[in-house]
Design a binder for this molecule. Structure first.
Ligand code: ZN
Ligand code: ZN
Length: 353
């Protein structure tokens, strides 16, 4: 118990693994055995990547090892399904959910919550094509930051309206539930709850709940981004995209590292090679990190596993593989995120992609 409480780090929540065991984060390829897990015996926290590129989709990379869609990560725990960002990758996820759910009543499906880090195009562009929004009676929770003087609801609704899109957000047949969140928020999905609830940091948390903590960083231009830390069954995953971690540190960066501390999996922005970051046409200050920067955060925060994310849309597989190799020199348990890749954090056994 003490160990799992410590692993929860600064989130200080009272959680433990259902079987009391502890092992390292487990990862395995997609389409490999989801059905073998006995969900009734214990919940498993899993993440699946549907889009791993940054800036804009990379059609040339469709079918490549890493894929060409922009940011979208699915996370499941028990009967809850979370989606981090709605880049172009969410289109394929929505279609997969429509197939998975077509013969299930809404009550028999997982709850569905979309969490947004910020509103840049590469994190929103798939939303108008997300199938569950068009399904009568489907409940879709949308959570994200207020930005640039706009409420989160205005940001989302403004993205799906004429002249940008033919269907108005307010005319969709689904039921949408929107919520603004900000730094320090804690969202909880209880085992039998139908929607997330916001609780104070010192509230007691049922051990079988899914928890998401929120950090607002200023490590990205203009409005910054939200970083999310999801914890379920004593395991945790941090989603930290669109962050630029400078070499000089600073209070904001130290706060970020504290937030990440002890996570089982850190998904971290690693868009640029050292050459592009600091070379002839420098990308310093664009709000993105190099794999070396991400590896430094992983080491400082003592995470178990680092996943490089937000790959530059101009990098072919060979470039991303080279960045992955270089990052492993600094932090051995590093992988570059790829479309279709899945991470299991079930505490039962160790597997690798
Ligand atoms: Zn981005
Ligand atoms: Zn951005």
């Amino acid at each position: 118990m003490a160990r799992t409480a410590r692993r929860a780090g600064q989130s200080r929540q009272d959680v433990t693994t259902p079987n009391g065991r502890r092992s390292r984060a487990a990862a395995r390829p997609a389409d490999d055995g989801r059905a073998t897990h006995d969900e009734a015996a214990y919940p498993r926290l899993t993440a699946r990547f549907w889009g791993v590129r940054g800036s804009h989709p990379a059609p040339f990379a469709t079918g490549s090892r890493f894929g060409g869609n922009t940011a979208c990560v699915e996370l499941r725990f028990g009967r809850h399904l979370l989606i981090f960002d709605a880049g172009s990758g969410i289109v394929g996820l929505g279609d997969a959910l429509a197939r998975e759910w077509h013969d299930r009543s809404p009550a028999a499906r997982p709850t569905l919550t979309l969490l947004f880090t910020h509103a840049h195009h590469d994190h929103l562009c798939g939303l108008p094509f997300f199938a569950p929004l068009f399904e009568p009676g489907a409940d879709v929770h949308l959570v994200g930051p207020d930005l640039a003087g706009l409420r989160f609801e205005q940001i989302v609704a403004g993205y799906m309206r004429t002249p940008y899109f033919p269907v108005d957000f307010y005319d969709l047949p689904s039921r949408r539930h929107l919520r603004s969140i900000s730094d320090g928020a804690r969202l909880v999905w209880t085992a039998d709850g139908d929607s997330p609830v916001t609780v104070p940091q010192d509230a007691s948390i049922p051990p079988d709940a899914l928890v998401v903590d929120v950090l607002h960083t200023q490590l990205h231009p203009r409005e910054g981004t939200l970083v999310y830390r999801a914890t379920g069954g004593g395991r945790s995953l941090v989603f930290a995209t669109d962050v630029e971690v400078g070499e000089r540190g600073g209070a904001g960066e130290r706060r970020f590292v504290r937030f990440v501390r002890g996570a089982d999996v850190l998904v971290h922005d690693a868009q640029y090679s050292d050459e592009d970051y600091d070379g002839a046409t420098p990308h310093r200050g664009f709000g993105h990190s190099t794999p070396a920067m991400a590896a430094r955060v992983a080491r400082a925060a003592e995470v178990d596993r680092l996943i490089l994310f937000h790959h530059d849309p101009n990098y072919p597989d060979a470039d991303v593989l080279a960045l992955e190799r270089a990052a492993r020199q600094l932090f051995p348990r590093t992988w570059a995120a790829r479309e279709g890749g899945e991470i299991w954090l079930d505490g039962q056994e160790e597997r690798h992609v």
